[in-house]
Design a protein around this ligand. Structure first.
Ligand code: GDP
Ligand code: IMO
Ligand code: MG
Length: 428
């Protein structure tokens, strides 16, 4: 059985919670793109775990793999392992393996990330400043340092020098300097610790596939941040949609592959970029407070707005989503009238999709339908029948608009606060 979990909006949909929930069944949990720009939260009773690079299955001591599609900051990895060790989650090569061909984020990439943002002036993207974009640029530019380069220190030194030399003129323009010798020495210091996790992930995953093991692919970010299909240029630098699992891990297209689209019951976004249903009023503030909408990685206040069925429907198509998981339903509990965007209009035209032309985005107005709120608590409910009728109506309405079944509903941050309408967990 193969499951992929992807976000259908701009990230932070609750992917970590759902990966943790489903990973009770998994043999392997695999990250296939992004890096430590991700922030996945898992709540188990009184314990809260925040994961950036490590697959969320690590909390259940599942075998976790980091695929070649990820960009890996080795220092961030060591730091995350140490935080989790303090939380009594033990990590070694029995439960964590990293693709030998994964590309590394070096200190220079964070510096370039900063410069890139500075040079955009008013059009700043609002990146996480983790060096993600610059690391992917070096990968495509064929000068990246990969995990497998760490074992030969002589060639490693030359490769790092080449990479640093390549960027020097631009850094100079911004009065910045990157010390290649220091980067090399610092990397050598930790190289044996990192190499320890190195493995041919593509092979492990294919062997597991042949044995029909339960493999769970954990997406980071959301489809609207996808480098191709997102709200470019206000996106991340990887393909965040499900197609990336094949090139990001070496796992081929197979049968029995389900794709769960994690979708918040409203919409949020961190960083700049278009957001047609954004709310700049009390309701938006209510979402921030009740939903605790502050970035896991950067602590920034998330921008909040109404559910946008146009965008979710688009994401469902692009990802080949088989079932939708609706999260944070409980955050809507007090709302009197809930709006759902069902289309856009500009002065000239109506749209049932978001056009790619950046110049159009500011001109689009949402077309809403209004659904009465249920105004009673749904927090922690675990069965469909416990939901108030109006909450059921809201979910039924969303299903109609996005043309997909909402099979799982999350009613709180804890793994037990979950409604599994079709008993997917037990049937998997
Ligand atoms: P991810 O990046 O998609 O894994 O999501 P984040 O962890 O960044 O953000 C989701 C936040 O919502 C986390 O703090 C979760 O603990 C929390 N959360 C997840 N599901 C629910 C839910 O159904 N209700 C509430 N109230 N919080 C939730
Ligand atoms: P998870 O996995 C929400 C956003 C940043 C910025 C843009 C580019 O927790 O859902 P980057 O540092 O990737 O170059 O930043 O993407 N972004 C996220 N927003 N959730 C995330 O991950 C994100 N990862 C990146 O805020 O707008
Ligand atoms: Mg997050």
């Amino acid at each position: 059985m193969f499951y992929t979990i992807v976000g259908t909006q701009w990230g932070d949909e609750g992917k970590g919670k759902i990966v943790d929930w489903l990973s009770s069944k998994a043999d392997l949990v695999v990250r296939f793109q992004g890096g430590n720009n991700a922030g996945h939260t898992i709540k188990v009773d009184d314990d809260v775990y925040k994961l950036n690079l490590l697959p969320s299955g690590i909390i259940r001591n599942k075998k976790c793999l980091i695929g070649n599609g990820v960009v890996l900051d080795p220092w961030a990895l060591i730091n995350e392992i140490s935080i989790l060790t303090d939380q009594k989650i033990l990590i070694d090569k029995n439960n964590l393996l990293i693709a030998e061909n994964v590309c590394l984020i070096l200190p220079i990439h964070k510096l370039i990330d900063e410069i890139n943002e500075l040079s955009r002036g008013n059009n700043i993207i609002g990146t996480t400043k983790k060096g993600i974009g610059p690391a992917y640029e070096d990968k495509v530019g064929r000068r990246a340092i990969r995990l497998c380069d760490l074992s030969d220190h002589k060639t490693l030194k030359n490769k790092i020098k080449n990479l640093y030399d390549f960027h020097e003129p631009r850094l100079k323009k911004f009065n910045k300097k990157a010390d290649f010798e220091k980067a090399f020495e610092d990397l050598v210091k930790i190289s044996s610790e990192i190499i320890n996790f190195s493995a041919p992930v593509w092979k492990i995953i294919n062997d597991a596939g042949k044995q029909n093991k339960f493999i769970l692919f954990e997406g980071a970010q959301g489809s609207l941040l996808d480098i191709d299909f997102g709200t470019y240029p206000y996106v991340t630098s990887s393909n965040t949609s499900s197609g990336q699992i094949f090139s990001g891990t070496g796992f081929g297209i197979k049968e029995n592959h389900n794709v769960l689209g994690i979708t918040k019951a409203y919409t949020t976004r961190v960083g700049s970029g278009p957001f047609v249903t954004e709310l700049d009023d009390e309701t938006g503030d209510h979402f921030v407070e009740k939903g605790q909408e502050f970035g896991t990685v950067t602590k920034r206040r998330r921008r909040c707005g109404w559910f946008d069925s146009v965008l979710v429907k688009q994401s469902i198509a692009i990802n080949g989503i088989t079932d939708v998981v609706l999260t944070k339903l409980d955050v809507l509990d007090e709302i009197k009238e809930i709006k759902v965007c069902i289309g856009y209009e500009s002065e000239k035209k109506k749209y049932n999709y978001l056009p790619f032309d950046e110049n159009l985005h500011d001109k689009l107005m949402p077309i809403y339908e209004t659904i009465p709120g249920w105004r009673t608590s749904t927090f922690g409910l675990t069965s469909w029948n416990q939901l108030p009728k109006k909450a059921q109506d809201y979910i039924n309405f969303l299903e109609l608009k996005i043309e997909k079944n909402i099979s799982i509903i999350s009613t709180g941050p804890d793994r037990v606060n979950t409604i599994d309408r079709n008993n997917l967990l037990n049937n998997s």
